[in-house]
Design a protein around this ligand. Structure first.
Ligand code: NAD
Length: 541
């Protein structure tokens, strides 16, 4: 038994590698990419100690080259899901009793595996599966994931160290128990790091997990699973299943042992799951923890005092990196009349230099959107803008899915601040600009606050401190992550804990101790050293 209070290594953010021409990391990731592209793999689910294959398969394709087959993955039957739940419950006793520093060691080892031997593979898989440029893959699958693992281990220690006060003669202790039952993790396609974190954060706190990655991230999810296993994660702690999301979710939610959901994805799906949990509430042993980070309609609002080139750069990076498929991506922009044209000219000039194509070619800033559904959604939105009187396309507007799902970065200008693309999450490289009269700063802030059901991220550009102060107050509830003179994307673990409110989610701040607290149920232990032996208090005389 450990006879020490251990101190986990102090976490620092993983440095982002440059992948500049001639660098060894560039050579390594391109070699991994070519190898994975050339192979055809078969991905099994991982249930308990079994690689589970069902013969019911779906194929995987790079979004930028959708006729190419990367391999197949096996999809679950209802029986497989019941088995995954049983495997999680079986593994629970030993895992929850494992000393916390051993759990920490496993995830710290996983971080080192991502940072070293797996770095090029996890990045190449993310480039292939989710069509990320190497920079986007590096800041996600490598750096953000390493940060989640290292920082969460430190947050775990911080939580365990948080202990109550004591009166003389008694000792109060808090024990942070894992939840009773199992946790269900449901992850989106767009971040390999989020997928790995949703399951690992709950597991780190002593829970066992059934994890369902997105169909469009299976290729990189299976590398995460390899890393967990190589790091020494025992069988059954994280069970990875694929297939029909509704069937899997319904089966999970039928279990009385369902203890919580760690979800990231679209708002509608989350609301639907929440409703089902509510309907099933009588079944469960405990009230399930519901943690969900969902959609956004993230804004940039520029004050007349802002610097046009800085605002334009915020728009380009905020709206178009990873094809606007970040939940935090800027998709509605408010520009003051006096400098709007200058900003728009800078945006148009930048767009002329942006290349689109395969992530294998490092000159491309923009690659493909994730799948046909996303491509069609964006193509339809662009066609609708072309038809509408109150909006026009001022840059981009072309799309082509003959080889990959390519949608040009598109800028829409609207005269209607409540135009549909100012309100609805499209999740792609389309940003809408509304120009407001300079004198209407206060009214515009109210508009920003009232236009969308979401409240995830937002950015204000201003050199005028009074205007900034006004924006901070007026937009207090409009964004969970609020940026001053910066783009609204690119949250770094340990620096900008991430999450939004209103329709955007439960705001449990991934990458912070607050999130990990959701995966424990504290037990207070009060010990009295010399117990009372007379019931009479002095006031009784
Ligand atoms: P999605 O909603 O299509 O899928 C998310 C997950 O839910 C997937 O695993 C999917 O298989 C599952 N799912 C789909 N339908 C389901 C159903 N009926 N029942 C149960 N599960 C179901 O989302 P996506 O396209 O993978 O990701 C994009 C969305 O995620 C965007 O809305 C984006 O804003 C959001 N997102 C939010 C954050 C955040 O931190 N707020 C981060 C990343 C992504």
């Amino acid at each position: 038994m450990p006879n020490s209070v251990f101190q986990v290594p102090y976490p620092t953010n993983e440095p982002i590698l440059s992948y500049s021409p001639g660098s060894s990391e560039k050579e390594a990731v391109l070699a991994s990419y070519a190898k994975m592209f050339g192979e055809t793999i078969e991905i099994a689910m991982r249930i308990g100690d079994q690689d589970t294959k069902t013969g019911d398969t779906a194929s995987m394709h790079p979004p930028h080259d959708h006729k190419h087959i990367l391999g197949v993955y096996h999809k679950a039957s209802k029986k497989n899901i019941t088995e995954a739940i049983a495997a999680a419950l079986d593994a629970k006793k030993a895992w929850s009793q494992m000393p916390w520093e051993s759990r920490a060691s496993i995830f710290l080892k996983a971080a080192e595996l991502v940072a070293g031997p797996y770095r090029s593979r996890i990045n190449a898989a993310t480039m292939l599966a989710q069509s990320k440029t190497i920079h986007q893959a590096e800041i996600d699958a490598a750096c953000e994931y390493i940060d989640f693992l290292r920082f969460n281990v430190a947050f775990m220690q911080e939580i365990y160290e948080n202990q109550p006060e004591n009166d003389p003669g008694i000792w109060n202790r808090l024990s942070y128990r894992p939840l009773e039952g199992f946790v269900y993790a449901v992850s989106p396609f767009n971040f390999t790091a989020i997928a790995g974190n949703l399951c690992a954060s709950a597991a780190m706190m002593g829970n066992t997990v059934v994890w369902k990655p997105s169909d469009h991230q299976v290729f990189s999810a299976h590398i995460l699973m390899q890393i967990f296993r190589e790091a020494g994660l025992p069988d059954g702690v994280i069970n990875m299943v694929f297939g029909d999301p509704e069937m899997i979710t319904d089966t999970v939610l039928e279990s009385p042992d369902f203890a919580g959901i760690h979800y990231t994805g679209s708002t509608e799906v989350f609301r639907n799951i929440w409703g089902k949990i509510g309907k099933n509430i009588e079944r469960y042993r405990s009230y399930p923890r519901i943690v969900g980070e969902t959609g956004g309609k993230d804004f940039i609002v520029a004050h007349p005092s802002s610097h046009p080139k800085e605002v334009a750069t915020g728009i380009i990076r905020g709206a178009f990196e990873f094809q606007g498929q970040k939940c935090s991506a800027a998709s509605r922009v408010y520009l003051p009349q006096s400098i709007a044209n200058e900003i728009i000219d800078f945006v148009k000039a930048d767009l002329k230099t942006i290349k689109m194509g395969s992530p294998e070619n490092f000159e491309n800033f923009v690659t493909a959107v994730i799948h046909k559904g996303a491509f069609d959604r964006l193509a339809n939105a662009i066609e609708q803008v072309k038809k509408d009187q109150n909006a026009e396309i001022i840059a981009g507007g072309n799309y082509d899915d003959s080889k990959g799902y390519f949608v040009e970065p598109t800028v829409v200008l609207t005269k209607d601040p409540k135009y549909t693309t100012m309100k609805k999450e499209l999740f792609g490289p389309l940003v809408t600009i509304y120009i407001y009269p300079d004198a209407q700063w206060s009214e515009t802030l109210e508009l920003v606050d009232q236009t969308s059901e979401y409240a995830l991220t937002g950015a204000v550009y201003s050199q005028d401190r009074y205007a900034l102060e006004e924006a901070l107050k007026a937009l207090e509830n409009s964004a969970g992550n609020f940026y001053i003179n910066d783009k609204p994307t690119g949250a770094v673990v340990g620096q900008q804990p991430f999450g939004g409110a209103r329709g955007s989610g439960t705001n449990d701040k991934a990458g912070s101790a607050a999130n990990l607290m959701r995966w424990v149920s504290p037990r207070l232990i009060k010990e009295t050293f010399v117990p009372a032996n007379d019931y009479k208090y002095p006031f009784l005389g």
